[in-house]
Design a protein around this ligand. Sequence first.
Ligand code: FES
Length: 439
Amino acid sequence: MQPELAVPFAGPMCFLDPEIQQHNRWLKAPGLFPDQKQAAEALSARLPGQKVGLWLPGDEYEPLSGRQVADPHWHDFDFADTDEYLDTYAAARRGDIEAVRAAFPEPGSDLRDAFVEHFRRLGEMSPYFLDRIDMTVRFELTGEVEGRWDVDLRPDGVRVDLGGRARQPDYGFRMDSRWLAPVIFGQIGWEDLFLSLRFSAWRDPDIYNDYLIGFLKHAEPQALQAIATYEQNRSSDERIVVDTPSGPYEIARYCPHAGEDLAIGSAVGDGVIRCLGHNLEFDLATGACLNARCDPLVTRRLAAGSRPRRAPLTTPGGVGCCSCPIATMERRSGVLAPAERQAIPGTRDETPAAVLAAAAPGVAPTRARRLLDIAVAIVVLGLVWPVFLALALATRRSTGGSAIYRQLRVRGGRNSVHAAEIPQHASRKDGAGGDRSRR
Ligand code: FES
């Protein structure tokens, strides 16, 4: 499908509280939070010929005419002046920011007990998640309440050590206790804290534990159970084939993490496939997830040039996915970049005949067609058989029997005649005269 217009519509974060304003540096290329201009330029570079829009808040767009009406608010705005713009904006919102800070006062020492209780309750919510988290998380607190608190999240339960004695925590969060307190006392969720970027974090080894983040983010038995049920019951035999520089692989179509359709949402490098859902990478040879704690991807190496024996997959758009090579990507400087998009069977890039040949080994008649063929054969035989019978009778009447019958009589017993007794002229095969002489 060729879009009429591509528009980056989620603007970057901007940090107005002086405490976290340093994160605005990530707006600059190659930052974590590209602005609309960077995103539009990236789209134009990746999609030559694609019309790309650059909109700002308040702009209007008329889909039928394709006319964009810019909001006059931005008439002297330039993305090159983002720093200046953000300073002005932060100054304008200073009162709002102070009001929010005042709503979250410094905590008291009761934060310690509340922290223990918080994780005790979390530990009762989902054995499934605990089983998969299976690690120690350290909280290093600064501010009014200081401490080094370790939380052991293991298959056999949750333990909190406010002495911070774990020898090798896997994950660590460092933050002002002021921002941990509203989570522990139930005013905001863990996700609000994570999105605020009012913390720093580390992990060792550098393996993302999606179950830990999901556990904290949802922190509610029904939501966790829904995820567990989904993950435990999902099953799909659907496979796709990905081409890599080292040969093709047959893999599960859906990502084991959260079910992204890898036929359209992945990038393939040499030996690695990256799901674009959340950037998890899987080793194509083993299926193992390389950068996160996740179930392995089902994968199988194919002989070069081979295709799956069975290719019945059909997307709503009618594309056979088993033989669908997705975009071939190559690794450059640790980043998977698009290289060459290959023909997708069933699209205009490939002939229907080629698709049919790839999808099915042959064409078989239907059951109705088989029955019709049998009926026609019976009718034809019924019509032809009397003709053969009439011919046989006519022959018998005119020659005294068929050539076979005559041969039997020649070799036969009492009622037969020996060849020697047959008059010479009767042994000729050339006419009725001989047969008539034996009658
Ligand atoms: S769905 Fe999340 S990485 Fe694939």
